[in-house]
Design a binder for this molecule. Structure first.
Ligand SMILES: *[C@@H]1O[C@H](CO)[C@@H](O)[C@H](O)[C@H]1NC(C)=O
Ligand SMILES: *[C@@H]1O[C@H](CO)[C@@H](O)[C@H](O)[C@H]1NC(C)=O
Length: 608
């Protein structure tokens, strides 16, 4: 068949008036066909996965009717000894026009074969999640966590059904309508006036419970979820009833109820105050009540003012003092545990506020530049892959930063955060750094015989740090020298590793989280393959009769790895959700529409 434009040109040459008329008809017909085709393609695009899901999840009345039981304490009406100032900070107005940089890759239609593979993998993740949810329902209903071996439950997060609340949006995203309705009916009865422990941890309560309720509300629009989010948000808000209006780390429930004021701890991990911002800002956005946002502006201001005053400008010490409002004194720096989500929330707040607060862009830029300079290192490994790991730094008394090449599974979130921030701040270089960091964690997974990465490991930085391109040739003798200095070294460790200080894998999400971001941001098939390898290894290695359990040592292959009788709520909330999303159409929870909190709960980004 001749190419189309030849065909057209021939038709366009009028030979007579009749021919011209005919040509016009042909052209009109052609234009009509094009228009129909255009709308067909358009409508194919607009019946997105998300639309289909919404239709399915919202059709008909809830399969489990409920009555809302108010919490036994009315957290919204406490008289505070230390009330906020009369003039509350207001949410910045979203910009008039959508000017946010695009985050997700522009995906093209996939081949039939790619789609078949993706569907199979997605079905495998769904099947495992259903099995876990059924077990939670059967053995640990309304408890905080499932004990997968003893088939029981445990309450360690105040006893408000942490796994249930944490799993709500996963159930919704996976289209499990009946399970979702049943869980929502259970949420309607939670009493946030009672806790199984006298102290309520503000960080965990915020990211798991409040984040879970807000996201489930943003997705489903069920009013009861907003009602419960406000009850809990008001409890967390009570954590700011302190002399300097900085939040406590643990809320003493009795003291919070009588309103007489709470005492701020002298020293807390930086992630604790730093990880309240996104949830409380979103709560102000969906309720129209500015008080939650007002409460966190003090925290953002404090970190912004201290940004260049620390021993590693741009980064913050692992421990900060909210009682002295001091985030600059301290010598230990890390992006791993204790600090992680402080940094993660700078670009995510930037996204949630549509780029309207320049402090957040400055905090993001500042920490990323400092991390590249001081914390990231290229490890010396046998095949010399160009990967990056995130280590820790101790600044000695002379002011000299010393890198400790220890990394941990918790730090694996940073690749995804770099890629996201790279898109938001229009820096391709940072997306590339994010890819190298993510490849570092994928490498660690693949290096161990179980296909899983240990909680905590040490490697050897290439060459001397500070030089732009350190030499990175594999030097077996140097590996032997370095490992000899480590009492934790074990002869079975793979080449390049000098310790597996903590050899467990406790169902953590951070590595698949970064793989998910890399996939959505670059569209590179490498990441779907990495995700599938990880899923198979993790599903196999942690399997139990009921669901999945933490394992004690991933550095030795055995038919049955020694297990721990525990399943963290983040297994369903985060790990399985990220696996599922990697194998779903990319418009399901698009990163251009949602920003995910540190527990993988998607919050809608406001549109102008
Ligand atoms: C409020 O509760 C705290 C903690 O139980 C207690 O120490 C304090 O005396 C109470 N104050 C009032 C006014 O009841
Ligand atoms: C800290 O330094 C960076 C880079 O020079 C700058 O962009 C930022 O505004 C500074 N922060 C403060 C609070 O001065």
């Amino acid at each position: 068949m001749p190419p189309l434009h030849h065909h057209l040109r021939r038709q366009l040459r009028p030979r007579s008036r009749l021919a011209a008329l005919r040509t016009r008809h042909v052209l009109a017909g052609f234009a009509f066909c094009l228009t129909v085709l255009y709308f067909l393609i358009r409508s194919d695009e607009s019946t997105s996965e998300m639309d289909l899901l919404e239709r399915r999840m919202n059709s008909g009345p809830p399969s489990h009717p409920y009555t809302v039981v108010k919490s036994s304490v009315d957290w919204g009406s406490i008289e505070y000894r230390h009330p906020p100032p009369p003039q509350l900070a207001q949410l910045p107005k979203p910009p008039k026009r959508a000017g946010q940089p695009r985050v997700q890759h522009r995906f093209r239609k996939e081949s039939l074969e790619a789609r078949r593979t993706r569907d199979e993998r997605r079905a495998a993740v769904l099947k495992l999640t259903q099995k876990c949810w059924d077990s939670y329902r059967k053995y640990a209903w309304k408890r905080d966590a499932l004990l997968p071996l003893s088939k029981n439950g445990r309450d360690q997060f105040s006893g408000w059904a942490a796994t249930l609340v944490d799993s709500l949006d996963t159930l919704w995203i996976m289209g499990l309508r009946d399970q979702f309705d049943e869980a929502v009916a259970a949420v309607a009865e939670i009493d946030f006036g009672h806790s199984s422990s006298p102290q309520v941890n503000i960080f965990e309560t915020n990211i798991r419970y409040l984040g879970g309720l807000i996201a489930a509300y943003d997705l489903s629009g069920r009013e009861v979820l907003l009602q419960k989010a406000i009850e809990l948000g008001d409890l967390i808000y009570g954590g700011f009833n302190t002399e300097n209006r900085m939040p406590v780390d643990n809320i003493n429930l009795e003291a919070a109820i009588n309103g007489s004021g709470l005492l701020v701890e002298p020293s807390v991990v930086s992630a604790s105050p730093g990880t309240l911002t996104l949830e409380l800002t979103r709560l102000s956005q969906i309720t129209g009540n500015p008080k939650y946002y007002d409460a966190i502006t003090g925290i953002v201001d404090l970190f912004f003012r201290g940004q260049n005053q620390t021993l590693l400008p741009g980064l913050f010490p692992m421990f900060v003092s909210m009682s002295r409002a001091d985030v600059t004194t301290g010598r230990t720096f890390t992006l791993g545990g204790c600090a992680d989500s402080l940094y993660e929330y700078f670009p995510k707040m930037h996204a949630l506020l549509s780029g309207t607060d320049p402090q957040l862009a400055a905090l993001t830029r500042g920490f990323m530049d400092a991390a590249k300079q001081h914390l990231f290192f290229r490890p010396m490994i046998p095949h010399e892959d160009d990967i990056l790991m995130s280590g820790n730094v101790q600044v000695d008394l002379g002011g000299e930063p010393r890198l400790d090449p220890e990394t941990e599974h918790l730090a694996c979130f940073i690749g995804g955060t770099f890629a996201l921030a790279g898109r938001l701040l229009a820096s391709d270089e940072d997306v590339e750094v994010g890819a190298k960091l993510t490849r570092g964690c994928v490498y660690a997974y693949r290096s161990f015989p179980t296909g899983m990465m240990p909680e905590r490991i040490d490697m050897i930085p290439c060459g001397s740090r500070g030089s732009e391109e350190p030499p990175c040739t594999w030097d077996e003798e140097r590996w032997m020298e370095e490992r000899a200095k480590r009492p934790e070294y074990k002869p079975h460790l793979p080449k390049g590793f000098t310790t597996a200080k903590d050899p467990r894998y406790i169902l953590r999400p951070e590595a698949i989280e970064s793989v998910f971001y890399m996939w959505r941001i670059t569209g590179d098939a490498e990441w779907q393959e990495a995700a599938w390898d990880m899923f198979q290894a993790v599903a196999r290695g942690t399997a139990t009769e009921t669901c999945n359990a933490a394992v004690l040592d991933v550095t030795v292959a055995m038919p049955q790895l020694p297990q721990e009788d525990y399943m963290e709520s983040f297994w369903i909330a985060e790990t399985l959700k990220y696996f599922y999303l990697v194998f779903s159409p990319p418009d399901l929870i698009s990163l251009d529409k949602y920003v995910l909190n540190t527990e993988a709960h998607p919050f809608l980004r406001p549109v102008p």
